[in-house]
Design a protein around this ligand. Structure first.
Ligand SMILES: Cc1cc2nc3c(=O)[nH]c(=O)nc-3n(C[C@H](O)[C@H](O)[C@H](O)COP(=O)(O)OP(=O)(O)OC[C@H]3O[C@@H](n4cnc5c(N)ncnc54)[C@H](O)[C@@H]3O)c2cc1C
Length: 553
């Protein structure tokens, strides 16, 4: 496989030599490095690489160059390689320009000169950027291939599962990809067998169920132990944090996830408010890091596995899965978060997964290239999705019920949207119905103020209209509020029947549910503060109380 490129542009020969030397010392085994003293030459090279179908992972440029400023050069380079990471080399006096560039050209990092020692000031930052790039980069060779119809719900389910589990794959649309037919022929497949999965060893799977695919790609499917200290249900930020802290503290820890780790956060194209990442990071990258961390500490992760019930026997918890398996543990942390609210309009069920999506912006956005896309909802996640899809689509339209986006989304997102020419916001607008022959083709809209109706062509519609807790499966195991959020800690004592279910001398711990030893963290918990940082904090905190409970046993 050909190595990706790192490009460096700096007119100051001394600085150019120094940065080239340091980059070569660290990265020459994994990247091809090309350095030039001219911004124009560097741009010409980048264009040539694009024509040759080469990949560029990182572009580093000095800010002060005679032909053009570094920010302008990076902006032009980004048009050619939108996924490449961008680093600006700056003197202390140019910091302001660099900070502005974080927003204007989506600069990934600014590096202050001098950067000695590179092991402290250069490599950690570049390693982060290159790891993030690698996580999203899909090498054409040696990867799993999925062959199917672009707008088929079955294809979408497989793509979403692999992307969520951070398994690189090559998508081949049967109607457009030149090699798709060859794979169909060698697998002796007909269109009714699609989607077809070609594994790395060349073997085929025709229209596999997710557990079969998971087994095929080597994901763990059964628990190795008979009793766990803590079993965590849900692999979003809260569950992942609980698993990291559980294993790190030496607890025998198992994490169960029904689809793919990352939860809602895994769907986020760009998280900008997570501590320590001033340039933001994608949900996929955060998940990748958290999974690597938790596996390193020894957590067992089972996915896809859906929990359907918890039974209590002599104080031990028996967690039942929909596939009939059961796992025993001393404690349980429920971190099942929330699920997307469904949009109830005429015709929508016919197109879910074939043009209509809940979340999934990062998986399906490349297929929206040059099309008209509609985003329903105007909260932070809807705005993030719109910004991400705007890199691919011809036009992104945000439909909101209110009269202004400012009422529902964070300021920085509203501003970014205002500066993105191919995003349009439609206030006081609702979807009436959707239609199409086989896939979504048109949406009927109504302006709720004027009553005006119109029909618009649409390649895809992404829905972000709110959430509800993922606790239907819990039945009456633990106490929930009338919306389904799990009640914990001192809130339990407010329930009239508190003394009928709580028999311990001590009060329930802050994240503890109405059943001693079963805890809840993250968005699923009643009165929790939604958001990634809070979920991570709650997951970590649950483990502190798991420990206390285990000491009492
Ligand atoms: C698109 C998008 C962008 C966002 N961006 C930001 C942002 O930039 N900053 C921010 O602070 N917040 C953001 N949020 C909100 C943030 O992602 C959530 O608050 C956070 O993910 C909550 O974490 P959690 O672990 O509690 O639950 P979730 O993330 O909802 O994870 C719950 C997990 O449990 C699994 N699960 C559910 N039921 C079962 C079951 N029965 N068996 C097994 N597994 C089960 C689910 O599959 C899921 O993976 C965003 C949300 C979305 C949707």
């Amino acid at each position: 496989m050909k190595l990706p490129f790192i490009i460096i542009a700096d007119d100051d020969m001394q600085v150019l030599r120094a940065i080239q030397r340091d980059i070569r010392n660290e990265y020459r085994d994994d990247y091809r490095i090309s350095a030039t003293a001219s911004a124009n030459e560097a741009l010409a090279l980048i264009k040539e690489l694009k024509l040759k179908n080469e990949t560029v992972a990182l572009i580093i440029s000095d800010q002060r160059m005679p032909e053009m400023e570094g920010v302008e050069f990076l902006e032009k380079a980004k048009e050619i390689y939108p996924d490449a990471k961008l680093v600006l080399l700056t003197a202390y006096s140019d910091i302001e320009a660099a900070i502005k560039a974080i927003n204007s050209v989506k600069l990934d990092f600014y590096l202050l000169k001098p950067w000695n020692p590179p092991h402290e000031k250069l490599y950690p930052a570049l390693n982060d950027l290159l790891n993030e790039w690698q996580a999203l980069y899909k090498p054409v060779i040696e990867s799993i291939r999925i062959i199917g119809f672009q707008w088929s719900p079955k294809s979408h389910r497989l793509k979403e599962f692999l992307a969520g589990n951070l398994v690189p794959f090559l998508w081949m649309d049967i109607e457009n990809h030149p090699d798709a037919g060859k794979y169909m022929a060698s697998a002796n497949s007909s269109p009714s067998d699609l989607p077809l999965v070609v594994l790395k060893d060349g073997s085929f799977m025709k229209d596999p169920l997710l557990p079969e695919l998971a087994k095929g790609i080597g994901l763990q499917q059964t628990a190795s132990g008979t009793m766990y200290d803590v079993l965590i249900i849900g692999g979003g930020p809260a569950g992942l944090a609980a698993s990291v802290y559980g294993s790190c503290e030496g607890l025998k820890t198992l994490l169960i996830e029904k689809s793919s780790p990352g939860g809602q956060a895994g769907n986020s194209a760009r998280i900008e408010n997570y501590l320590g990442f001033p340039n933001g990071l994608s949900g996929a990258e955060l998940t990748h890091r958290a999974m690597a961390q938790t596996l390193r500490f020894g957590t067992e992760v089972l996915t896809p596995k859906t929990v359907k019930n918890i039974r209590i026997q002599d104080g031990y918890k028996i967690t039942e899965m929909t596939d009939g398996s059961e796992i025993h543990s001393k404690t349980v942390v429920i971190a099942t978060g929330v699920e997307y609210t469904k949009l109830e309009v005429e015709g929508i069920d016919n197109f879910t997964g074939s043009g209509v999506y809940y979340g999934s912006a990062s998986v399906e956005s490349p297929a929206c290239r040059d099309g008209f896309v509609y985003i329903v909802g105007g909260g932070n996640s809807a705005c993030q999705a719109a910004l991400h899809i705007s890199k691919f689509a011809k036009e992104v339209n945000i439909l909101i019920r209110q009269d202004s986006l400012k009422k529902a989304a964070a300021n920085y997102l509203v501003e970014n949207i205002a500066h993105t020419p191919n995003i349009k916001v439609h206030p006081c607008t609702e979807v009436k119905s959707v239609c199409g022959e086989k896939v979504l083709e048109k949406i009927d809209l109504i302006n709720t103020q004027t009553g005006e109706m119109k029909t618009v062509p649409a390649k895809a519609m992404f829905i972000y209209i709110g959430t509800r807790p993922g606790t239907n499966w819990l039945n009456d195991v633990v106490l929930k509020d009338d919306k389904g959020f799990i009640i914990t800690g001192s809130e339990l004592a407010k329930d009239k029947s508190f003394h009928t279910f709580w028999k311990l001398e001590r009060e329930p711990y802050m994240p503890e549910t109405s059943v001693p030893g079963i805890f809840a963290s993250g968005d699923v918990r009643f009165a929790a503060m939604s958001g990634i940082s809070s979920a991570v904090g709650e997951g970590a905190m649950a483990i502190r109380f798991v420990r206390k409970y285990l000491n009492e046993m």
